[in-house]
Write a protein that binds this ligand. Structure first.
Ligand SMILES: C[S@@+](CC[C@H](N)C(=O)[O-])C[C@H]1O[C@@H](n2cnc3c(N)ncnc32)[C@H](O)[C@@H]1O
Length: 217
């Protein structure tokens, strides 16, 4: 009955949109509960990652998100209500153009086409406020792109350590891949890389995400 009414309804109407939002929220909640019941396997569903980013934004009062690896813009989409400014870098030209079109109605979203191992430098140099970094640029097969390395994570961290303001938070996705193969450093190497340069920072891994920020903030 409700379904029939909804099918006839204007998709832009407030009531239709509210119903859609409630349905999405219930489905997201369900996915998170099922993932927890299954013992938090890695990788977690994307909805769990979205929740983690939102929690960091809220806890550390971060209003700017800088993402490396745009892909289909799923994370940007989910973060629109949580950040006032979003910058995302995508190496693959077709994916970058697709995302630029997708978010063209949002003046607060900028998609930059390029290798984040290089272009992050200009972005970081321009930053005045504390940001949340979501470092997720890597080749993942299919239509995804690649620079000269499988993952530019070491170049990205190097750039951030050179420009870094103390209250930024860095989250690196796919901790399970950090095994020392395919250009990926090990998690231990990432820890050393950071703490040798910033002894007052903490590097923790939880739910497949490497989390880096200054201790005590
Ligand atoms: C796992 S996907 C990103 C998913 C997205 N961050 C999300 O959460 O919805 C990885 C993306 O990184 C891109 N990529 C690979 N190497 C890159 C590089 N050096 N610079 C920027 N993007 C890169 C790939 O083309 C791919 O689209």
């Amino acid at each position: 009955m409700i379904r029939k009414v909804l099918l006839k309804m204007d998709k832009k109407s407030k009531i239709y949109q509210t119903h859609k939002k409630i349905k999405e929220a219930i489905s997201a909640r369900k996915k998170i509960i099922l993932w927890k019941l299954a013992g938090r396997p890695v990788p977690p569903p994307h909805i769990v990652k979205q929740k983690i980013l939102k929690e960091y934004a809220e806890k550390y009062k971060l209003h700017t998100l800088i993402e490396t690896g745009t892909f289909m813009g799923e994370m940007i989409d989910a973060m629109l209500p949580a950040f006032s400014r979003i910058i995302s870098v995508e190496v693959d030209q077709a994916l970058a153009i697709r995302a630029q079109k997708k978010f063209s109605a949002y003046p607060n979203v900028t998609i930059i086409q390029g290798d984040s191992g290089n272009v992050l430098s200009a972005i970081a140099a321009d930053i005045k406020q504390s940001c949340l970094f979501w470092l997720d640029a890597h080749y993942s097969g299919g239509v995804t792109g690649k620079s000269n390395v499988e993952t530019p994570i070491i170049q990205e961290l190097n750039i951030l350590l050179n420009h870094f303001a103390s209250h930024h938070v860095i989250l690196i996705d796919d901790a399970r891949e950090f095994t020392g193969n395919n250009n990926y450093p090990t998690v231990e190497e990432v820890k050393n890389f950071i703490t040798v340069r910033r002894p007052d920072w903490v590097v923790q891994v939880k739910d497949d995400i490497i989390r880096i920020h200054q201790a005590g903030i």
